[in-house]
Design a protein around this ligand. Structure first.
Ligand SMILES: Cc1cc2nc3c(=O)[nH]c(=O)nc-3n(C[C@H](O)[C@H](O)[C@H](O)COP(=O)(O)OP(=O)(O)OC[C@H]3O[C@@H](n4cnc5c(N)ncnc54)[C@H](O)[C@@H]3O)c2cc1C
Ligand code: SF4
Length: 358
């Protein structure tokens, strides 16, 4: 049985108390929300905080409010996001969250924990003995290094995915972040030093597998705000097992249509192909025209360059790149009203034909 190392457990009663405990921890403290990511990581010695600050008794983080916009507390469970009929208007969020893990895990896992999820890599998401056998890697370079998200050092050791690389290429695998970025969400970060600050969700992430968040180690993510701006949105996820699995690719899109089906606003985001969710700058190419087959094909051609998966998660990377084109076109076809029920089946069929790992 794997056991976590020794740590001090602090129970916060408010977000401010949690922020104070992080500040007092001097970079050696981490927050525990549902614990569905952090606890396995602690048992595998990937993350080894000396102080664990529990958010589980912080009631203020579990509130959902609708007031011309949607405000969701970071401590709201994924099950409650899926169950809340008021949140159904945000189609991409519902689709993404409903596909995270299993119902049992969603009962405990929180939205804040999902946004701050550690990045993933085949050489990292292994137990301690497995990683010791390959002499560890940059992201978790052994027992003496205390690897805590934003305060991890630059990493000794080799990156087994790209041995000559100075950086870590572990992959952002959160399902909710691409969806919420497409929806134009903003997040509030609270610290005892600076109080609250709000940033666009896309600004929360760095494209770096180790330093994957811009959030400081002393900041608590307290709230996610989603505008009500009349968009239609969706999220498509590629994963090995239909029942539950991390995304090998996620594509989220939010589009607002004006008269005659002309696009007024569009945001398309790729997940699980880089160390952060990628908000595609070419989304603006969709604006000012109808979503015709030609418009969609041009968009897919222009954006395919962003999907550059590495060989450190599931499936062959070349195949994942091909599926990203299929999904980029598929989300837009769904939003313009096509019946796309057969699309995932097509992807699975393509997998059987082309991917020997399937
Ligand atoms: C079998 C299995 C399958 C999974 N499948 C998926 C999947 O398909 N898609 C997916 O996205 N995830 C998946 N996960 C990962 C995880 O369950 C979810 O991402 C979950 O939402 C994490 O939330 P949590 O509350 O449990 O986070 P925790 O484990 O408590 O925390 C995760 C990280 O976020 C930080 N954190 C938590 N709350 C805050 C906050 N308010 N402010 C700042 N930092 C915070 C923690 O310090 C930690 O670094 C899976 C996990 C398992 C075990
Ligand atoms: S990408 Fe490289 S450094 Fe990062 S976790 Fe994987 S092997 Fe380690």
């Amino acid at each position: 049985m794997m056991r976590a190392g020794r740590f001090r457990y602090v129970v916060a009663k408010s977000a401010a108390e949690a922020a104070q405990a992080l500040a007092d921890g001097g970079g050696k403290a981490m927050l525990l929300a549902g614990g569905t990511d952090l606890v396995p990581n602690m048992k595998r010695r990937q993350q080894m905080p000396e102080i664990v600050v529990s958010l589980r008794q912080v009631a203020e983080l579990r509130e959902v409010a609708m007031n011309g916009e949607t405000a969701i507390g970071a401590g709201v469970t994924l099950a409650d996001v899926v169950r809340d009929p008021r949140l159904r208007q945000h189609g991409a969020l519902f689709r993404a969250v409903a596909q995270v893990a299993t119902p049992l895990i969603r009962n405990t896992a929180t939205l804040g924990g999902n946004l701050c999820l550690d990045t993933r890599c085949n050489y990292y998401d292994q137990n301690y003995e497995w990683r010791r056998a390959i002499d560890f890697c940059k992201k978790a370079p052994g027992p003496e290094a205390v690897a805590i998200d934003a305060v991890a050092d630059d990493g000794d050791g080799t990156c087994w995915v790209a041995p000559s690389s100075a950086r870590c290429w572990a992959v952002s695998s959160t399902d909710s972040a691409p969806a919420l970025i497409a929806l134009g969400a903003r997040v509030t970060l609270l610290s005892s030093r600076d109080g609250a600050r709000e940033i666009p969700l896309e600004a929360l992430f760095h494209d770096d597998g180790m330093h994957y968040m811009t959030k400081r180690a002393d900041e608590v993510l307290t709230r996610v705000r989603v505008p009500h701006d009349g968009v239609r949105s969706t999220y498509w996820k590629l994963r090995r097992r239909g029942a539950f699995d991390f995304p090998a690719l996620g594509v989220a899109a939010a589009v607002r249509f004006g008269t005659a089906g002309v696009v007024e606003h569009a945001r398309v985001v790729l997940g699980a192909v880089a160390s952060k969710p990628l908000l595609l700058p070419e989304s603006s190419l969709l604006v000012g025209r109808a979503l015709t087959d030609d418009a969609i094909a041009e968009f897919v051609d222009a954006t395919a360059r962003w999907a550059k998966p590495l060989d450190n998660t599931d499936f062959l990377m070349t195949w994942r790149k091909q599926v990203s084109k299929l999904f980029l076109g598929g989300v837009l076809r769904e939003l313009r009203g096509d019946d796309v029920q057969t699309f995932p089946l097509l992807a699975r069929r393509a997998a059987t034909l082309r991917n020997p790992v399937w």
